[in-house]
Structure formats: structure tokens, C-alpha cells
Design a protein around this ligand. Structure first.
Ligand code: ASP
Length: 225
């Protein structure tokens, strides 16, 4: 779902789209109507803005006023607030979910990658994937679908590193991805400053994980468009 401002937990609504409609992506008023019909709790738009997001927005406005910087300059590390999950259950079912408020400084009407199946979120028989980072770079490289298809043969750890390296080379952008394959093996990688990562399994509970940022590949093919 995209362009919704009154749904407290958008992933519940995304699930309702998957389970109750023949559609994949719903936006705006129609999506919010479905939320009401599905009994999903609604809120005021202001309830979805955290103090941290408000502070960042003010800081970005100040920066822009002082430096006359462009929108793109606010898309740096720290401007992201995505939460994503990739999961395998005891029956072997794979699923992915990603929720975001988008990037700082975006234009009204901009849709990022998180809701775009194949870009910011994807699951199929080889595995599940969820991404964070610069949505434009993630969409250009359909990052999560690339990663899931690559898990047909590749180890999730290597796949995660490869797709992030490729995204950096092709777009010059920053992103991170978390993966689980159908055997329950995990993969994660990013080329931003930091990415918070945790895993959960019934035996070990939560494990917090660390991945150092990947360095750009030596031969740069960065391009725009
Ligand atoms: N990927 C998100 C977007 O581009 C931002 C994020 O990861 O926080 O909208």
C-alpha cells in the first residue's frame, strides 16, 4: 500500500490487500476504505509523525536554508526510517514485509520502493527479502527480486553482498537488504553508514547482528537515469 496517512500499521493493510482482494498494490483513499472494512485501526496523520522525524525535518529545513542544498542532499544516511522483515515459518512458508515513511525531503506524491513488490519487498519459493535505503536506487535495480532469484543457487550471505555491490555500481546509491532462504539461512549487507539488523528463531531468541558497510567496487560505473 502507498500514499496512506491514516493507517497505524500499514503492513496489516498490505496483508488485507493480499488476502482479501485480487490486487497487489492499493493507494490513497481506496486503500484506506479497505482498511476500515477490514477493521484495521486508523489514526490521525499527525500520530504517525514521531518527534525524531519532526526534529530531522526541521534540521533538514535549516540545512537547506543555510546551504541552499537540493532535495537529494537530504537523502543521506540517517534520513531513512524503514522497518522490514523477511521470515520463514515452521511450515516452510516465506514472507517479507517492509514499512516506511519514505526519505527526508521527498516531494509530495513520491512513492518509494518499500511498497513496490520486487523492489523493496519480495518473497517467492527461493527466499524472502526486504530492503532499505534510497528507494530510487532500489527500484532501478529491482533489488529484492534480484536477491530472491539469486538465492535459487547462491548462499544468502554472498547474494546480499553481491546485489548491494551491484546497486552501488549501477546507481551510485546507498541501500541495505536482509534475506532468508528456504533453508532458513540468513544474509544481510548494506553500503550505508549503519543498518540495524536482528534475527529471531525459537531456539536462540533475538540476536542482534552487525554488518560493516560494503566499500564501493573498485571499477565505478556510476550513472544516472
Ligand atoms: N527505502 C525507503 C524509501 O526510499 C526509505 C528507507 O529505507 O527508509 O522510501
Amino acid at each position: 500500500v502507498a500514499a496512506i496517512t491514516r493507517v497505524r500499521n500499514p503492513i496489516l493493510l498490505a496483508r488485507a490487500v493480499m488476502e482479501r482482494t485480487p490486487h497487489i498494490l492499493m493507494v490513497g483513499a481506496g486503500a484506506e476504505r479497505l482498511a476500515r472494512r477490514a477493521g484495521i485501526s486508523m489514526c490521525r496523520p499527525a500520530d504517525l509523525i514521531t518527534q525524531r522525524a519532526r526534529d530531522r525535518w526541521r534540521a533538514a529545513l535549516d540545512r537547506r536554508a543555510q546551504e541552499k542544498s537540493s532535495l537529494e542532499d537530504d537523502h543521506g544516511p540517517g534520513g531513512f526510517g524503514t522497518v522490514g522483515a523477511a521470515a520463514l515459518d515452521v511450515h516452510g512458508a516465506l514472507a517479507a514485509a517492509t514499512s516506511t515513511g519514505g526519505v527526508g525531503g521527498k516531494m509530495p506524491g513520491r512513492v518509494g520502493d518499500s511498497a513496490i513488490i520486487g523492489a523493496g519487498t519480495f518473497a517467492d519459493s527461493p527466499g524472502a527479502a526486504s530492503a532499505t535505503g534510497q528507494g530510487e536506487a532500489i527500484m532501478k535495480t529491482t533489488l529484492c527480486r534480484e536477491a530472491v532469484l539469486a538465492m535459487r543457487r547462491g548462499d544468502p550471505r554472498e547474494v546480499a553482498e553481491r546485489v548491494i555491490q551491484e546497486l552501488g555500481t549501477i546507481t551510485g546509491g546507498q541501500a541495505g537488504v536482509i534475506l532468508v532462504d528456504r533453508a532458513g539461512r540468513l544474509g544481510y549487507a548494506h553500503n550505508a553508514e549503519v543498518m540495524d539488523i536482528a534475527s529471531f528463531d525459537p531456539t536462540d531468541g533475538f540476536t542482534y547482528r552487525w554488518a560493516s558497510p560494503l566499500k564501493p567496487a573498485s571499477k565505478s560505473l556510476a550513472r544516472n537515469g
